[in-house]
Design a protein around this ligand. Structure first.
Ligand code: HEC
Length: 163
């Protein structure tokens, strides 16, 4: 295979992604998003309290899975979380820190909020809520929950608000 053929083959592969039918677009690309294997089953909770190095906090698996009570392994490392960040707002808004972590770095399954300007965060929430910000992987659970949760956000808090 010549270099030119190789380049053309590569271009064809790229083109086939770019113009893939809508069914293929609904599947999150495995190389871009962490995904559970098809036969994934969450570990059941044996009731033991889990900990991490350098933290005095402890949580059972059930507690770490509570969408309305974010784990906070190092509370001394950040200012107190506003109520909605720590506990969400039942029934629709899950605790922001449950996904984005108590100090905001997020994880590979979502997004880091660390260091983002206040105005940018507010605008993203407005755009998710209005539908101006969408996703090409709407069926991916973390993204779907983020967008669904934004619909339950009632307003924009001023800086320093802790409600
Ligand atoms: C269920 C998990 C989950 C929860 C709960 C959650 N988020 Fe997210 N968040 C995500 C995911 C996943 C993304 C990336 C979505 C995308 O691709 O647009 C995201 C993206 C964002 C972004 C955009 C970041 C960027 O770089 O543009 C902001 C801002 C944000 N979230 C704020 C919040 C706030 C505020 C809350 C609480 C009211 C919250 N999130 C709750 C999962 C979550």
């Amino acid at each position: 295979m010549t270099v030119n053929t190789l380049v053309l083959s590569f271009a064809a592969v790229v083109a086939s992604f770019a113009f893939a039918p809508s069914k293929a677009e609904e599947v999150a690309p495995w190389w871009a998003f962490p995904m559970n294997p098809p036969d994934f089953k969450p570990v059941s909770d044996d009731g033991s309290v889990r900990s991490v190095p350098g933290s005095t906090a402890g949580y059972t698996l059930t507690q770490t899975r509570d969408r309305f009570a974010a784990t906070d392994w190092h509370p001394e490392d950040h200012p107190p979380m506003p109520g909605v960040v720590a506990n969400g707002r039942k029934p629709d808004v899950f605790a922001c820190a449950w996904c984005h972590r108590a100090d905001g770095p997020g994880g590979p399954e979502n997004a880091s909020l660390m260091g983002l300007p206040y105005g940018y965060i507010v605008q993203q929430m407005k755009d998710y809520r209005s539908g101006d910000r969408k996703t090409s992987v709407a069926k991916r659970t973390p993204t779907a929950l983020m967008i669904a949760g934004s619909k339950g956000i009632s307003g924009v808090a001023p800086i320093g608000w802790t409600g």
